[in-house]
Design a protein around this ligand. Structure first.
Ligand code: FA5
Length: 341
């Protein structure tokens, strides 16, 4: 009997050590410790044995049973450890490893410039109005004191549409549209896309953007001095410092008098550099006091109101601010260029 138990033990330990899976181990456990196992049979047979035999064989059987159980537990632990070690080697996570950069987009430099300009004027109480890109001749020209056949029309090379309409050559038609709907006093800016039948070069495109400004009040309440102070605030907002401004006489049919505004170069403090073409001044926008003919073209009484208007190229501002010297780069969609902003 003792030999039989010893054999069972050896066989069980050998099988346990050879097992390679959880299922295999469970089979061995059932085979050697289950209700129908040989060892259980031996224990069942104890009742037919003498008291001494019972004692001796019972003890040996229990020891073997414990040994087999311990061997199973050891094997189980060993297999788990092996499994974890394999998993660890395969799926090692290094929490100190730098994460993968998720590409994040950003606004186009022209959009950023536009938002900046809008913020500056909003802070001065200006409303932002939206115009239309397809305009009629009346709003783009006639109502702005640029009648048909007037030589001033040559200032705006126009894309005419087959139906007689046109792609707006500037944002100024919104002056007319806004005043058709709203009575002064008001102050607005109109940012938007504009089009001219022009060949592109470093400072010109056939499609570009302008921001129009218009502030109107009753006569005597708004002067060139107010205009200058709004411009000074605009330049301060754009360039982050107080900059000298100068007005030069210029001509636009819808203003009288008309000016060209120059700002002291923010990069060289007037000494002369690449950005200001060594002049110390940067030409920034066209402007003037609203011509009374524009008021009458929208049905407002002549002489009752006064105001100023200006129009600035958004690309021009972005170029000055970024030091980019070719406007076409903004439209090239070259990621190497755009990613710099
Ligand atoms: C005008 O368009 C007037 N409407 C501006 C104005 C408004 C004057 C209100 C008085 C009162 P001008 O043609 O100069 O003006 O254009 C204004 C700005 O638009 C220019 O200074 C320039 O920065 C920009 N611009 C004009 N043509 C182009 C072009 N082809 N490509 C890029 N920017 C342009």
């Amino acid at each position: 009997m003792k030999d039989k138990i010893e054999k069972i033990k050896k066989a069980a330990l050998a099988e346990i050590s050879a097992v390679e899976s959880d299922e295999g181990l469970e089979e061995v456990r059932v085979k050697y410790l289950g209700r129908k196992s040989e060892l259980t049979e031996v224990l069942k047979g104890l009742r037919d044995m003498s008291v001494e035999e019972k004692k001796e064989i019972g003890q040996i059987s229990n020891l073997v049973k414990n040994e087999i159980e311990s061997a199973i537990i050891r094997k189980e632990t060993e297999m788990k450890e092996k499994e974890f070690a394999e998993l660890d080697a395969k799926e090692k996570i290094d929490v100190t490893y730098p994460g993968e950069k998720v590409p994040v987009g950003h606004l186009h430099p022209l959009t950023k410039t536009r938002y900046e300009v809008e913020d500056i004027f909003r802070s001065m109480g200006f409303l932002i109005a939206d115009g239309r890109e397809v305009e009629d001749e009346f709003h783009n020209f006639d109502a702005l004191n640029i009648p048909q056949n007037h030589p001033a029309r040559d200032m705006w090379d126009t894309f005419w549409l087959k139906d007689g309409n046109l792609l707006r050559t500037h944002t100024s038609p919104m002056q007319v549209r806004f005043m058709e709907e709203n009575k002064p006093p008001f102050r607005i800016i109109v940012p938007g896309r504009t089009f001219r039948f022009e060949n592109s070069d470093a400072t010109h495109e056939s499609n570009f953007h302008q921001v129009e400004g218009l502030m109107v009040d009753e006569s005597g309440k708004l002067t060139v001095a107010n205009f200058k102070s709004v411009m000074a605030e605009f330049m301060k907002g754009l360039f982050g410092k107080e900059l000298e401004i100068r007005l030069r006489p210029s001509y636009f049919p819808f203003v009288e008098p008309g000016f060209e505004i120059d700002v002291a170069c923010p990069y060289c403090a007037g000494k002369g550099c690449r950005i200001c073409k060594m002049t110390g001044w940067i030409e920034i926008l066209g402007a003037g006091m609203v011509n009374q003919k524009v008021f009458t073209s929208v049905g407002l009484e002549e002489g009752k109101y006064e105001g100023f208007a200006f129009g600035v190229g958004l690309e021009r501002i972005a170029m000055i601010k970024t030091g980019v010297n070719d406007l076409r780069l903004f439209y090239g969609n070259d990621m190497r260029f755009l990613e710099q902003f």
